[in-house]
Design a protein around this ligand. Structure first.
Ligand code: TYM
Length: 332
């Protein structure tokens, strides 16, 4: 059976982009794949995280995934740092991937900003840890949002270079699965910027912890333009906020941009926003209340993650042993 690996950083609450771009797809893929889902706390510390907040966010993200329908019994859900095989393989990949490859990563450039000299070494080597996450399980498919595509290409290049340097066929070349009509959800305040956990304004995103009143308020304040909604996709050119809100409606209703346009053509934003709010509350509300239930039992969440990490290691340990032998590490 094909195997899926995917991850999310516990750097804050999950938002609608994480849900529509990733977690919802994970839940749907569970019937057809063997899945390993990971809360990547080691990736999170490539930027400063308050220790207590990191622990809290790790539990919150786990609760959101369980509430959204991740089945941690049939599949695996754990936090990365509980399986040291990721770090071990990442070091080997630090010695396989080339500096030139990492220099091309746009996410490093975005996150390091102008003060690149002061970025952590971890932020630079981040994609190699991501390759290790995936390849420690020989995962064949990786469901992600569009922003992770470049990292996935690097993981494929690393797998291929390892195989060819050592003359082996150990690693599969993992395929990205970029699914649905909201593979890149944009900020509610600026339709040209990605919705992100790190945006200073909480009004830029819908969080999976937002209640109905907050969803209502954020969508009411969401940026729009003065025109009514268009009757064709061409009519969305130069209207990033309209395109984004229609795509969100499309994804939440399991439709396409075309079905959204057909439904709202010629209508005013105020009208459209009312329907969008109702839909967002209907989809996110039940996840939100389920999440609260999980968060009331932190010991249960910790037990899920511990059991997940143990089962993850059963899968990764033989891969690591195989790779270390190929590399020439002596084991008595
Ligand atoms: P992260 O934590 O930024 O995001 C988690 C998932 O959510 C998707 N996503 C979005 N999708 C649509 N619109 C958005 N605005 C949006 N923002 C985020 C991301 O594409 C991702 O699928 N490097 C990864 C985590 C990671 C990982 C991995 C993923 C570490 N190791 C191995 C896959 C496989 C990250 O920072 O995701």
């Amino acid at each position: 059976m094909n195997r899926i690996f995917s991850g999310v950083q516990p750097t804050g609450n999950l938002h609608l982009g994480n849900y529509l771009g990733a977690v919802r797809n994970w839940v749907r893929l569970q019937d057809d794949y063997e899945c390993v889902f990971c809360i990547v706390d080691m990736h999170a510390i490539t930027l400063w995280q308050e220790p207590a907040a990191l622990k809290a966010h790790t539990r919150e993200v786990a609760a959101a995934m369980l509430a959204a329908g991740v089945d941690a019994k049939t599949h695996i859900l754990f936090n990365q740092s509980q399986n040291p095989d990721h770090a071990q393989l990442a070091w080997i990949f630090n010695c396989v991937a080339r500096i030139g490859w990492l220099n091309r990563m746009t996410q490093f450039k975005d996150k390091a900003g102008k003060n690149r000299e002061n970025a952590s070494v971890g932020l630079y080597a981040y994609p190699n840890l991501m390759s290790a996450d995936i390849l420690a399980y020989k995962a064949t498919h990786v469901p992600v949002g569009e922003d992770q595509k470049q990292h996935l290409e690097l993981a494929r290049d690393t797998a291929q270079k390892f195989n060819s340097d050592y003359g082996v066929e150990v690693f599969p070349l993992p395929e990205p699965l970029i699914l649905g009509s909201a593979t890149r959800v944009m900020s509610l305040r600026d339709g040209t910027k990605k919705m992100s956990k790190s945006d200073d304004s909480d009004y830029s995103r819908l969080n999976m912890t937002d209640d109905a009143d907050t969803i209502h308020l954020k969508l009411r304040k969401a940026k729009t333009d003065p025109l009514p909604l268009p009757d064709s996709a061409e009519g969305l050119s130069g209207r990033p906020e309209a395109a984004n809100l229609l795509d969100i409606w499309a994804a939440l209703s399991d439709g396409t941009r075309e079905t959204a346009i057909a439904r709202f053509a010629g209508r005013q934003f105020s009208d459209f926003k009312k329907e969008l709010t109702e839909l967002a509350v209907a989809v996110l509300g039940p996840i939100n209340s389920e999440m609260k239930r999980y968060l009331a039992e932190p010991a249960e969440i910790d037990a899920v993650l511990k059991s997940g990490a143990e089962r993850a290691r059963v899968l990764s340990a033989p891969v690591l042993a195989e790779v270390e032998d190929i590399v020439g590490f002596l084991r008595a």
